[in-house]
Design a protein around this ligand. Structure first.
Ligand SMILES: Nc1ncnc2c1ncn2[C@@H]1O[C@H](COP(=O)(O)OP(=O)(O)O)[C@@H](O)[C@H]1O
Ligand SMILES: O=P(O)(O)OC[C@H](O)CO
Length: 495
């Protein structure tokens, strides 16, 4: 009989679907990825075709198996990490989505959320139950929009004919041929409908958003038994043993298991997350309290700050302004700037995320003079990632979170200039691991844990290895000047 020695991780991200095979020790074996179309129907609206999410996921999974020359029966377990909050409602009979996926960045429900925010009791109650804020970022208002705007959707939902899921549930449904309708506690914790203390869907929140309970998936542990893939997909069944939101997966992949350990993932957006242990920390400064992972019904919590535009700003410079031929060239351009940059770019293209939460804010480039050119703008775009991170760390510090080290990952961290500037602005040591596909790794480690490959998360974490670290070299005065310039630019956008 063939020995099953590999783990397949599917990492469904905002701009691409990736599949990665790891060895049973968590070593990287092979990867495949496919990008798909971003749809922007109106200002502040962002959609994906649900079918494209599914098709690119299955294509990349098949491609990686072929690349690694492995058959499905050599795969021990499969884990899924996914873009969170993105909302899909599909028909139980056909599996077809009733509308495009409404992406986490989408702001169409800003007015609706604003209305709810006017009631201080509602705001307090939502925060106490979910750890979140009433912002269009999260799934609940997106589900309500779908039920109210797609013909016949509400009637069908009430009749139990529809399913709501974040991307993990949608993929699970399709992988298992419609047999499994579930999510994990981390993904549930991003919907605004899940009580993170009691660990259940909350009837009051469902009533607040007018969402029928029968629409919702079962909530399981992040490492759990989620059924098996239908044999028609890969030629044999594969056990599905982990579902986890991609930022939480990155925390696991970065081995941030001790209280106080922090990671930042810089892909389309930027997400800073700190492990706060077995008890939730309730932020007074608009950070999100969220589930880091749930294993054997034991919850570990985290505090998170979300930046909506990180790598996406570089894509905008490339695709809309045509200032870059490719995003990688941003490094040399940023580096070529001599002296301090007077230009600041505030990338509030889809509003401002944490700690500001201003969905109606829009972007700006300020401080331009006659000498400003491409390199100043590109430098400012990269620098905005560091400044936004500093905004988050300042808010977290006010909540009592202090850290001396930050582990980074995501597509942007190949950019050495960015990581050095980050170390300088944050005055922290920045650590980049050997495997930067930490979301996929986190999902793989949890799937392996569920399968008994590792006796504990700590054992699984032994696969984490440092690739490079960046230490602050900027003077305190210069750091201060840089950051004050950012705060002034930010204030103009907020005003
Ligand atoms: N060398 C680079 N410098 C700056 N940004 C980069 C670089 N390489 C990739 N990126 C950015 O990283 C992002 C892709 O990261 P990834 O982790 O794949 O994103 P996601 O998971 O959100 O789809 C893109 O937005 C891209 O602009
Ligand atoms: O697809 P990513 O990696 O940009 O992650 C998206 C986040 O999960 C949104 O909350």
């Amino acid at each position: 009989m063939t020995k099953k020695s590999y783990i397949l991780a599917l990492d469904q991200g905002t701009t691409s679907s990736r599949a990665i095979i790891f060895s049973e020790k968590g070593e990287f074996i092979a990867s495949a990825a496919e990008t798909y179309r971003q749809i922007y129907p109106h200002d502040g609206w962002v959609e994906h075709e649900a079918q494209a999410i599914w098709q690119t996921t299955i294509n990349s999974a098949r491609a990686v198996l072929a690349r690694a020359q492995l058959a499905a029966n050599e795969i021990l377990a499969l884990g899924i990490s996914n873009q969170r909050e993105t909302t899909i409602v599909w028909d139980k009979d056909t599996g077809n989505a009733i509308y495009n996926a409404i992406v986490w960045q989408d702001r169409r429900t800003a007015k609706f959320c604003e209305k709810l925010q006017q009631d201080a009791n509602i705001v307090a109650s939502v925060h106490a139950k979910t750890g979140l804020l009433l912002d269009p970022y999260f799934s609940a208002s997106k589900i309500a929009w779908l039920l109210d705007n797609v013909d016949g959707a509400r009637e069908k939902a009430e009749a139990g004919q529809l399913c709501f899921g974040t991307v993990d549930s949608f993929l699970l449904w399709h992988l298992t041929g419609g047999k499994e309708f579930a999510t994990d506690a981390t993904n549930a914790s991003r919907t605004l409908l899940f009580n993170i203390v009691e660990q259940c869907w909350d009837d009051e929140l469902l009533a607040l958003f007018n969402i029928p309970k029968q629409l919702l998936p079962e909530v399981k542990n992040s490492a759990d038994n989620f059924g098996v893939t239908n044999a028609k997909h890969f030629g044999a069944e594969i056990a599905i043993n982990a579902l986890i939101g991609d930022q939480q997966a990155a925390l696991v992949g970065q081995a941030c298991f001790a209280k106080g350990m922090m990671k930042a993932t810089y892909g389309t957006g930027g997400f800073v997350m700190v492990n706060t242990g077995a008890k939730p920390v309730w932020s007074k400064h608009k950070m999100l309290t969220t589930l880091a992972y749930r294993i054997n019904h034991q919850s570990c919590y985290a505090l998170e700050g979300s930046i909506f535009m990180a790598g996406a700003t570089m894509q905008w410079l490339r695709d809309e302004l045509h200032l870059l031929t490719d995003v990688a060239s941003s490094q040399a351009l940023a580096q070529s700037l001599v002296g301090e940059n007077s230009v600041y770019l505030v990338p509030a293209f889809t509003g401002l995320g944490a700690p500001h939460w201003q969905p109606e804010a829009r972007g700006a480039i300020v401080g331009l003079n006659r000498d400003s050119g491409i390199k100043e703008i590109v430098n400012a775009a990269l620098a905005s990632v560091a400044y936004q991170t500093q905004d988050l760390l300042m808010a977290m510090a006010q909540d009592g979170i202090k850290t001396t080290q930050l582990r980074v990952d995501g597509g942007m961290v190949v950019n050495d200039w960015l990581l050095q500037f980050l170390a300088d602005i944050l005055a922290l040591t920045i650590e980049r691991p050997k495997i930067t596909e930490t979301s996929a790794l986190g999902a793989a480690l949890l799937a392996g844990l569920q399968h008994g490959l590792f006796s504990s998360l700590e054992q699984a974490a032994q696969s984490w290895q440092l690739q490079a670290s960046y230490r602050p070299t900027m003077s305190a005065a210069s750091r201060q000047r840089h950051y004050q310039g950012w705060l002034a630019a930010l204030q103009r956008v907020k005003d």
